[in-house]
Design a protein around this ligand. Structure first.
Ligand SMILES: O=P(O)(O)OC[C@H](O)CO
Length: 197
């Protein structure tokens, strides 16, 4: 085989570094989780100023979810590590928020339990099938996360009772989409594990 032939037969595949801007934003989201948690605890869900601070920190952390995905796709920085870490960082943030809202009696515990069971279950599922392929976040999964974020922000921000009454409806929609997308991922995982004929 000549040198020219060997070059043509072996296309150059650029390796995407794991330490890139998109994954750094995902890591930032994880690091903001304890900062957010402390601000909710300082608010005790009664102090308006700390509640606003907690909501703003939550919003900034949530915004990194939009930006990291966009950067990864726009600049070709999509990595398997990022595909797995991104949903985990989302779950850490929303999970912490839901537990704290229930802890302060703002949200029924069953809501937090249902959402956490789905989120932890799907994370375990992702690791269970990882040898067969990566289950990346689906469009439904992104809508689910957006609904959860909106609902949590609604609960965090101090607002008049008439507006606050909308919060449970948004959270209800989030619960429904959370459960339905969970079933969709289970179907994907079973397809990945199915032996190829
Ligand atoms: O539904 P998941 O588990 O894929 O999570 C979706 C991500 O949070 C979207 O960024």
């Amino acid at each position: 085989m000549t040198g020219a032939e060997s070059t043509a037969a072996a296309p150059v595949v650029a390796r995407v570094p794991v330490l890139n801007a998109a994954n750094a934003l995902t890591a930032l989201r994880l690091m903001l989780v304890p900062v957010f948690g402390v601000s909710v605890i300082l608010s005790g869900m009664t102090h308006a100023g700390w509640r606003i601070a907690a909501c703003l920190i939550f919003a900034v952390a949530s915004a990194t979810d939009l930006v990291d995905g966009w950067i990864a796709r726009r600049f070709g920085l999509v990595t398997s590590v990022g595909k797995v870490a991104d949903p985990i960082a989302d779950k850490a943030l929303t999970g912490a928020a839901l537990v704290l809202l229930s802890w302060y009696d703002r949200l029924p515990w069953w809501v937090t339990a249902v959402i956490l069971a789905r989120e932890l279950g799907i994370t375990a599922l992702r690791f269970w099938v990882i040898r067969h392929g990566v289950i990346a976040a689906s469009r439904g999964g992104k809508i689910k996360t957006a609904l959860q974020i909106l609902a949590i922000a609604w609960y965090l921000w101090p607002m008049p009772a008439a507006l606050a009454a909308v919060g449970p409806w948004i959270m209800g929609a989030a619960v429904v989409v959370t459960v339905l997308t969970g079933f969709d991922y289970i179907a994907q995982a079973l397809r990945l594990r199915r032996p190829t004929p």
